[in-house]
Structures are given as structure tokens and as C-alpha cells.
Design a protein around this ligand. Structure first.
Ligand SMILES: NC(=O)c1ccc[n+]([C@@H]2O[C@H](COP(=O)([O-])OP(=O)(O)OC[C@H]3O[C@@H](n4cnc5c(N)ncnc54)[C@H](O)[C@@H]3O)[C@@H](O)[C@H]2O)c1
Ligand SMILES: CC(C)CCC[C@@H](C)[C@H]1CC[C@H]2[C@@H]3[C@H](O)C=C4C[C@@H](O)CC[C@]4(C)[C@H]3CC[C@]12C
Length: 369
């Protein structure tokens, strides 16, 4: 990626490229990365939509593989200039065991780093999460904070623990010598809660509202702000960060960036209503319908039932002590670090993001997508 070789075509690898975020990163690279020569899409489950991308001018290589298998990762990374590592097990509902979450998110990330070192790949962008910071177990608010805001980041849940460990591995790997003698350059992006086309939880809320005759019932006070970011802007930030990592290696290497855009600061439920409202749903209640202590009780009951039923059946409802704490704790971000370091500006306005999401919810809610 030297200046003298500006015309050089680059090989990108996107791990988790068939996930919610990964698909947007893949499509964004194809649309907005002029130096892209080959795009490798690595995932445990390949999407059928990849086929249509193979007819375009950029070579798209679909690789079915598992990040926990070091040899599969090394084979996919070999010869790539840039790796965008979005693959991860996103589970805050207790569907997977803590060991599996650790294996995929931490060991998988270790495998990606080691593959870069062994094969000589120099640029690695890691999809971290706001949950690396918080909300913490004490429910402390994080109000319009930035990367330097002091916050007691204490976690117990396997998902944020795994993301925090993986992020640390990525940042500590910055500067390691890769095959060929040059240094590895890494950075981590921490999206807040992502929404947009492909957001399965949003689709599930829509379907649930339809089943309840068009009503949803407020559970969280409207005053609790939960940070959200549009998936297209998250993808765009990944593409920009990956593009700028070489030129700005000294500045960006080993850095973390919160990933957010101009989406309004609202409670989780009020924010969802920005999309579900135009799809015909209504949120009942200016205040939560159930007292908070009852929600805490129900969340604990769900956790108990999950544990009791585990030998027989997987019981993994949306409400558990962890999801309640996340939804009920103010956590919002305000920062210009990504703008200062690599020129990130959201590509999609709030109006665009909203319209695109509404159209998707309408289509996905009624189909089997
Ligand atoms: N969804 C959010 O709100 C959010 C917010 C912040 C950060 N993130 C992070 O963004 C990344 C993508 O999340 P997402 O919401 O798109 O999740 P997702 O589940 O839709 O996508 C993850 C992808 O990784 C793949 N994957 C999982 N295990 C794998 C393995 N062992 N080997 C190879 N591929 C594997 C899955 O098949 C899937 O395609 C994750 O790292 C997540 O931690 C997500
Ligand atoms: C208490 C109920 C009424 C509502 C339950 C909503 C709950 C399922 C939602 C609320 C907040 C959501 C998380 C948040 O947007 C951010 C992230 C970070 C990301 O890294 C993974 C997804 C996650 C944990 C969202 C999961 C769903 C949550 C907990």
C-alpha cells in the first residue's frame, strides 16, 4: 500500500462477512473502496446473496470457515493486505455457553492476529463494542461520553468480557512484527447498539407487536438514553479506518474509536418506535407499565428457568438480568475522535437511516427473512 503503488489493487478479508454488520461492510467495500482488487468473505455460514456479487468487476471469494480453527483462518488471511474482523458470537441471551462465546470471540480473534503475523498481513480493523466499556454491573450512567471518559468498566457477562479481552489482544498486537519484517497496525471500533436493514431483534419486536394487535408495552423509562448507530455508518467507518490505517499508522495504530452517528439519543423502546411507529405499531404508556422491581423479578425468574430447563430445552427470552441492565442504564456516546484521526463523517443522515430501516422492517416483518 505504498504511495508509489497507488494503483495497486488490494486484497481485503472480511471475517463474519455474512452477518448483519458484515454484509454491510462487504457491500460498502464494493461500492466505496476504489483500490479493492479481491474481496474475501469468511464466515461459518455463507449467505446465498454472495452469488450475485461474484458477477461484478471485483473478485469476490466466499470462504466457509471457522475463526476458532487457526489453520482455516491462516489460509484465508494469506496474501490479504487488510483484515476487517467482524466475526463474533453476539449472545446476551444465554443461547451459547460462556466457553463457546470465549472460544469464538477471544480465541477466534487471537487466531486472526496470529494469522496476520505469520502471513505478513499488516492492517487489522477489529469490530469491538461499546459494551467493552459499559454499561457496567453497577448500572452507572455513561452520558455522551467519549474514548477518554473515565468509567468503571466492570463486567461479569460472558459477551462483554469476551469483547473486552479480544479488544485488548488486538490493541496489544499493534506494532508486532509480521512476516516480512514490517509492523502490524491495528485499531478497534466500538459501535453502540446497531440498527438498520438486517437487524433481527428489531424485526422480532415488530412481529411481536403485530401478534399483540399492534401494541407494544413500555418497560423502560423514556428518560434512559441508549446509544444507537445506523449499520451503514458503522460499515462506512470500518471502510474508512481500513483505508487510512497505513497512511496514518502512527496516529491510528493501537487506538479505539467509538462508532456512532447522528441518530437521536432516546430510550431503547422510543428509538425502536421511530421505525415501528410508521409500520403501524404503538407504544402504550408514557411510563413503564410494570414497576421496575417486577421487571427485575421477571428477569431473575427467566434466568432461573433458563438454568433449570437447560438439560431439556433452550429457554432464552429477551428479558434477563443483563439485558434489563443494558436497556435500563443510560449509555450514550459523543466524540469526534474518528473524525479527527481519519476523517469519519456519517455517510447516511438520520433521515436516510430511518427511511431505509422502516422499508426493511416493513418487508422483513411480513416475510420469512
Ligand atoms: N449488533 C450490534 O448491535 C453490535 C454492536 C456492537 C458491536 N457488535 C459487534 O459487531 C460484530 C458483528 O455483529 P452482528 O450484529 O453483525 O452479529 P451477527 O451474528 O449478525 O454476525 C456475526 C457473524 O459472524 C459469524 N460467525 C460467528 N461465529 C463464527 C465463527 N466461529 N467463525 C466464523 N464466523 C463466525 C456469524 O456466522 C455471523 O455471520 C460482532 O463482533 C459484534 O460483537 C455488534
Ligand atoms: C428490557 C426489555 C423490555 C427490552 C430488552 C431489550 C434488549 C434485548 C436490548 C436492549 C439493548 C440491546 C443491546 C444494545 O443495543 C447493545 C448491544 C451491543 C452489541 O455489542 C451486541 C448487542 C447488544 C448487546 C444489544 C442486545 C439487545 C439489547 C440488550
Amino acid at each position: 500500500m505504498a504511495d508509489s503503488a497507488q494503483a495497486q489493487k488490494l486484497v481485503y478479508l472480511v471475517t463474519g462477512g455474512c452477518g448483519f454488520l458484515g454484509e454491510h461492510v462487504v457491500r460498502m467495500l464494493l461500492q466505496r473502496e476504489p483500490r479493492l482488487g479481491e474481496l474475501r468473505v469468511f464466515d461459518r455460514h455463507l449467505g446465498p446473496w454472495l452469488e450475485e456479487l461474484k458477477t461484478g468487476p471485483v473478485r469476490v471469494t466466499a470462504i466457509q470457515g471457522d475463526v476458532t480453527e487457526a489453520h482455516e483462518v491462516a489460509a484465508a488471511v494469506a496474501g490479504a493486505h487488510v483484515v476487517i474482523h467482524t466475526a463474533g458470537l453476539v449472545d446476551v441471551f444465554g443461547r451459547a455457553s460462556p466457553e463457546t462465546i470465549h472460544e469464538v470471540n477471544v480465541q477466534g480473534t487471537r487466531n486472526v492476529i496470529e494469522a496476520c503475523v505469520q502471513t505478513g498481513t499488516r492492517f487489522l480493523v477489529y469490530t469491538s463494542s461499546m459494551e467493552v466499556v459499559g454499561p457496567n454491573t453497577k448500572g452507572h450512567p455513561f452520558y455522551r461520553g467519549n474514548e477518554d471518559t473515565l468509567y468503571e468498566a466492570v463486567h461479569r457477562h460472558p459477551y462483554p468480557c469476551s469483547k473486552a479481552l479480544a479488544e485488548r489482544l488486538v490493541l496489544e498486537a499493534n506494532g508486532r512484527e509480521v512476516h516480512g519484517g514490517l509492523p502490524l497496525v491495528t485499531c478497534a471500533l466500538r459501535p453502540t447498539g446497531i440498527y438498520g436493514e438486517g437487524h433481527q431483534i428489531m424485526r422480532d419486536f415488530y412481529r411481536q407487536g403485530l401478534r399483540l394487535g399492534g401494541w407494544l408495552f413500555r418497560a423502560i423509562p423514556a428518560s434512559v438514553e441508549h446509544g444507537r448507530v445506523y449499520v451503514g455508518n458503522v460499515a462506512w467507518m470500518h471502510v474508512l479506518a481500513a483505508r487510512e490505517l497505513e497512511r496514518r499508522a502512527a496516529l491510528m495504530g493501537g487506538q479505539v474509536y467509538f462508532c456512532y452517528d447522528g441518530s437521536p439519543y432516546k430510550s431503547y423502546e422510543d428509538f425502536n418506535m421511530e421505525f415501528l411507529g410508521p409500520c403501524g405499531l404503538q407504544l402504550v404508556g408514557a411510563r413503564p407499565l410494570l414497576p421496575y422491581w417486577l421487571l427485575v423479578f421477571l428477569a431473575a425468574l427467566n434466568a432461573l428457568l433458563q438454568w433449570l430447563l437447560r438439560p431439556l430445552v433452550l429457554y432464552a427470552p429477551l428479558l434477563n438480568p443483563y439485558t434489563l441492565a443494558v436497556a435500563n442504564t443510560t449509555f450514550t456516546v459523543s466524540t469526534d475522535k474518528a473524525q479527527r484521526h481519519f476523517g469519519y463523517e456519517p455517510l447516511f443522515s438520520w433521515e436516510d437511516s430511518r427511511t431505509r430501516t422502516i422499508l426493511w422492517v416493513q418487508a422483513a416483518g411480513s416475510s420469512a427473512q
